[in-house]
Ligand binder design. Structure first.
Ligand SMILES: Cc1cc2nc3c(=O)[nH]c(=O)nc-3n(C[C@H](O)[C@H](O)[C@H](O)COP(=O)(O)OP(=O)(O)OC[C@H]3O[C@@H](n4cnc5c(N)ncnc54)[C@H](O)[C@@H]3O)c2cc1C
Length: 506
């Protein structure tokens, strides 16, 4: 097919999820001629089109600006932790921010390949409904989530980890329900938690599922743990929620057939939950109806680029700090279990020696075949310390092999578990902001991302109002100052426990 159209820009951002949108805004605001290409027809990716509407991570910089703009429109609830966004207004507002920054958007344009000359990406080839198009740029930013551009450019990529033989995290498809009494659900959950011990506690919904399985209403445990995000601007007594409830295991997210299997599997799970479980068993969900199923499958991870620095699981566990820090992450490990439907996530990694602020205990060969189905790694189990945070260096955004490619969002250069936590929405937006800032600086100074000093990117972000030079405030400061001992609780969390035996998580 003949090339339909050719474009030439300074910075091309591929993929318009939260990372790509932030990269495009940051780059365009610094004066670079920026283009954002997105395969679908709206921005926000997993957050808006995947119905993941609770924003985890450190909300600062562009993520905070986005949420503040949504609050002004009644479309966000800025809670101290996990602020909520309304997904439809969320994507429209993100689009406004990108366009107001002066960035050109092309929707329905799917990047398929690229031409590399002398270790430099010269142009990207993409499919559009009008026919094939080509876009040349000085700097490229891969925010496709799957590292599509990096992979096409021959950049080494990793998938999964050694323990799980290349399997990705479990996949979860979001959906939206109406007529839910969230207050009633929260009250029932709180009352149920009072009957649970720190070691064995589970969510009410999981206990109810076992009841439903016993009654023959559910075929197997579908929901390892329910994430219920009330939709802002709807009633807490009879309103909308987005739900993270399904889970499909044994996923290979760089394979089209397997991704199709997951989609079909999860849609079936949504049907099972809706018709046989939620209204019959879960308080507050008696009158619920499904109003929408996410148009984007809930793929948590896929390919990760191998960059100039691979952010390690141990870095995340120990709260590593870097001079060229561009993103900070105080959240816990959140790699959803690749094989076991009973665990939400693996919240520990294995390290040879304890380091930094990690919460460590010797690895237990306790025949826990569900958590570690193939091998129990040795050394120490390490969990993130709820009173600390880890820093991601600029070098983790810089691709190897080609000189003019940056990556941001869930395809960044990180080990499996480290990615499992840094990829949260605020973290992905911060990566995007850093990558877009770096890309524009490179264009202005006529250098390649590899030769840009990351400390200068950090300084530029501080100038933009991202407080990288201060300890995280708000909710995180509250946790740092909370009295209590740190213990390991059920569901694999390291938690702060007070004198009454209550943890900070429930
Ligand atoms: C089930 C689930 C639950 C989660 N829960 C939370 C949570 O509670 N809180 C939280 O903060 N985070 C959560 N996360 C993580 C978070 O949602 C994602 O990691 C984050 O949104 C990723 O953003 P991104 O921009 O990197 O990627 P994506 O959102 O995947 O965006 C990638 C974009 O690129 C486009 N694209 C892909 N390939 C191409 C191509 N070749 N050409 C052009 N465009 C392309 C896609 O259409 C998409 O718009 C969850 C994730 C999942 C899946």
């Amino acid at each position: 097919m003949q090339t339909e159209k050719k474009y030439d820009v300074d910075v091309l951002v591929c993929g318009g999820g939260v990372a790509g949108a932030a990269a495009a805004i940051a780059s365009a605001r610094l004066g670079a001629r920026t283009m954002l290409v997105e395969g679908r027809e709206s921005l926000g990716g997993m957050c808006t089109n995947g119905y993941i509407t609770g924003i985890a991570g450190l909300v600062e910089g562009l993520s905070e600006e986005w949420i503040d703009r949504l609050v002004a429109k009644g479309a966000a609830n800025k809670r101290p932790h996990l602020p909520l966004v309304e997904p439809e207004v969320g994507k429209l507002e993100l689009e406004q921010m990108v366009l107001q920054a002066g960035c050109r958007i092309l929707y329905g344009v799917h990047v398929t390949d690229c031409v590399v000359e002398d270790e430099r990406i010269a142009k990207v080839m993409a499919h559009s409904h009008g026919g094939p198009i080509e876009i040349s740029a000085k700097v490229f930013v891969d925010c496709t989530g799957d590292a599509d551009l990096a992979y096409a450019a021959g950049v080494p990529c990793e998938v999964g980890n050694a323990e799980f033989f290349g399997l990705n995290q479990g996949v979860t498809m979001g959906f939206r329900l109406s007529y839910v009494n969230v207050k009633k659900y929260w009250a029932a959950e709180e009352a149920f938690q009072k009957t649970q011990s720190l070691e064995t506690r589970k969510q009410l919904v999981v206990a109810k599922e076992y009841e439903a399985i016993e009654n023959g209403d559910l075929p197997y445990l579908i929901v390892p743990g329910l994430l219920v995000y009330p939709v802002p601007n709807t009633s807490l007594e009879c309103g909308d929620v987005t739900l993270d409830a399904t889970q499909t295991g044994y996923c290979r997210n760089d394979n089209a057939e397997d991704r199709t299997r997951q989609i079909v599997d999860q849609r079936r799970q949504v049907l099972e939950l809706f018709h046989k479980f939620l209204s019959k068993y879960v308080p507050g969900f008696e009158d619920c109806v499904v109003t929408s199923v996410a148009s984007m499958n809930g793929v948590r991870d896929s390919r990760r680029i191998v960059g100039e620095y691979v952010f390690t699981d141990a870095d995340m566990a120990g709260g590593a700090k870097f001079d060229d820090c561009v993103v900070r992450n105080p959240e816990f490990f959140d790699a959803h279990h690749p094989t076991c439907a009973e665990f939400v996530a693996v919240r520990h990694v294995h390290v040879r020696e304890p380091s930094g602020s990690a919460v460590c205990r010797p690895s237990r060969d306790d025949y826990n075949y569900k958590m570690h189905p193939y091998v129990v790694p040795g050394g120490y189990e390490a969990r993130t310390n709820p009173r600390d945070w880890a820093e991601l260096p600029y070098r983790s955004l810089v691709a190897t092999k080609v000189v003019n490619l940056l990556a941001a969002g869930r395809n960044v250069s990180a080990e499996f578990h480290a990615l499992g936590t840094i990829r949260v929405i605020a973290g992905s937006m911060s990566m995007g902001q850093a990558a877009g800032t770096a890309a524009a600086m490179c264009v202005k100074e006529k250098i390649d991302p590899r030769n840009l000093d990351g400390v200068r990117v950090r300084d530029a972000l501080i100038e933009q109002g991202v407080p990288l030079d201060k300890a995280p405030g708000g909710h995180w400061e509250m946790l740092r100052n909370m009295p209590g001992r740190i213990d390991v609780a059920s569901a694999d969390f390291a938690v702060i426990v007070n004198d009454e035996g209550q943890s900070h998580l429930f």
